[in-house]
Design a protein around this ligand. Structure first.
Ligand code: ATP
Ligand code: MG
Length: 490
């Protein structure tokens, strides 16, 4: 297997070029050979027929003139005088150089010839053809002077004399002129085709190298990127091509990876931090209690305090587990029609103690008729509880918390608003993040996970959770449920 893309592309390209060029050369060669051969054949026929016609015309006039005096035209007449003239005349024709002519009698005996000793015999088959009145082409090979074979192309045609006498005119020409030209062409092609393929292959290799250089640069840069320096980025090539797109996409992917990597890291830090405080308190109290013998009352107080810290710890672990399960999509929602107002009242009931202690009143109301919504009742109950708990927690004594079910245009919404301290504008975009608490002193009880869980529940339902706040005057959180497909009226 060839590992380099560069080499593979070049080889494929060169192979394609070699095949195309070879086919092209064969085509050119064949058509040239055919046209050269046709040319010779036409030339030979033209010459042969010319002499045959002249001979026939001569024989005809001789028959008329000599016929009266009786006697064979061939033997007695001036035939032997005219025949050399005929062949010489044609052989000297400057347009038709290199064609030789012969006149044979019916038995194939040569009567006259314009050529030298090197002349092809007329094949027997063509002689018989001529006697039957037909012309014929032949390719004839004879041994040449230097022992090499010489190939001739020959055309033979009959010329009829008086009283059935038949002469055969043969025009012939050695084929080495065309063979020589064709051999040269073959040689040139055999040299040129591989040379062109090699040259273009080399150029192709070079251009592929230039085109792929950014890929090599990128690969080098990628090797430097590890979990410890995820902030490194590739330098995208200046061109606006696929490689640039790849580099941009890779950088964007690195950005996302870095983001989630950093948030995981921060999460671990936050979790450790939140675990540390209750564990330190637990440890400290136990150590103090164990220093000397205590009364039963003192032990009970320590255990009570330990229990509170332990409850805090288990709540933290539970909240983290809930978030992790939402992240991993392990939470399966039991969807059904839900009564939003009833869910709000249930949550408000559970917060009654806390609200009373804080001196905050909770008011639940709903639009009539109640808008339809679907979801997991237990999860939605938890979402409302988290929002209501915040509203109570961050209210001033005597404040009022409002929980309303709203009906929009076919949509259902729930709004929970308070008249509490509000959320500073700088904190508002972050309050749904894990462990984020706007209260920088962290004096309030809680881990900063309540809203993160609320958001996960809302997202799992396809609902939008939005926060608005006027610092000092209160905050309001709105959940807008997705529109339900209309059900046919019962
Ligand atoms: N109704 C609100 N009024 C004012 N600030 C709020 C309100 N709701 C949330 N916040 C701010 O947003 C932060 C995040 O809220 P979130 O419910 O996630 O955490 P928490 O209430 O501090 O702790 P937890 O809910 O885990 O017990 C809070 O610490 C608080 O500063
Ligand atoms: Mg909360």
């Amino acid at each position: 297997m060839i590992k380099s893309v560069r080499l593979r592309i070049t080889l494929w390209y060169a192979a394609a070029l070699a095949v195309t060029l070879t086919l092209f050369s064969l085509l050119v060669y064949n058509s040239l050979r055919n046209s050269l051969n046709d040319n010779i054949d036409q030339l030979l026929a033209y010459r042969g027929e010319g002499v045959a016609d002249a001979l026939e015309a001569y024989l005809e006039t001789e028959r008329i003139e000599v016929g009266r005096a009786s006697g064979s035209a061939a033997k007695g007449g001036a035939f032997y005088k005219i025949a050399p003239d005929l062949v010489r005349l044609h052989a000297e024709d400057p347009r038709q150089a290199a064609v030789d002519l012969r006149i044979l009698d019916a038995s194939g005996r040569e009567l006259e010839s314009s050529g030298g000793q090197l002349a092809p015999e007329l094949p027997e088959r063509s002689r018989r053809d001529a006697l039957r009145g037909n012309a014929a082409y032949d390719t004839i090979r004879i041994p040449g002077d230097n022992g090499q074979e010489v190939t001739f192309r020959s055309y033979s045609t009959p010329a009829s004399g008086p009283r059935g006498a038949v002469y055969i005119v043969q025009a012939y020409r050695p084929t080495y002129y065309t063979q020589f030209a064709l051999r040269n062409l073959r040689l040139m092609m055999a040299l040129l085709v591989p040379l062109i393929v090699l040259l273009t292959g080399a150029f192709g290799m070079f251009f592929a190298h230039v085109a792929l250089r950014p890929v090599a640069d990128m690969a080098r840069a990628m090797r430097q990127i590890t979990a410890e320096n995820l902030s490194l980025r590739l330098t995208p090539p200046r061109s606006r091509d696929e490689i640039r797109e790849l580099a941009d996409l890779f950088n964007a992917m690195l950005g996302r990876l870095e983001g989630s990597f950093l948030s995981e890291r921060r999460l671990i830090q936050d979790v450790s931090h939140e675990l540390k405080t209750p564990l330190t308190i637990l440890k400290g109290e136990l150590e103090v209690a164990l220093k000397k013998a205590r009364t039963a009352g003192e032990y009970a107080a320590v255990l009570q305090s330990n229990l509170e810290e332990t409850e805090k710890l288990s709540r933290l672990v539970e909240d983290l587990l809930t978030l992790a399960r939402f992240d991993n999509r392990e939470v399966r929602l039991e969807r059904s029609r839900v009564d939003l107002e009833a869910l709000l009242r249930g949550a408000a009931d559970r917060l009654k103690g806390l609200a009373e202690k804080a001196g905050v009143g909770i008011e639940v109301s709903a639009a009539r008729p109640a808008p339809a919504a679907e979801g997991d009742a237990a999860q939605l109950g938890r979402l409302f509880l988290n929002l209501l708990e915040n509203a109570v927690k961050y209210s001033r004594p005597g404040g009022k918390v409002r929980a309303e079910v709203l009906a929009g245009d076919g949509e259902a919404a729930v709004r929970i608003s308070d008249e509490g301290q509000g959320i500073p504008a700088a904190d508002l975009p972050h309050i749904f993040e894990r462990f984020y608490r706007a209260d920088s002193s962290r004096s309030s009880a809680g881990f900063g996970l309540g809203l993160a869980i609320a958001k996960s529940i809302a997202e799992a339902h396809g609902a939008a959770l939005k926060a608005e706040s006027a610092p000092g005057r209160g905050s309001s959180f709105t959940i807008v449920f997705p529109q339900l497909p209309r059900r046919p009226a019962a």
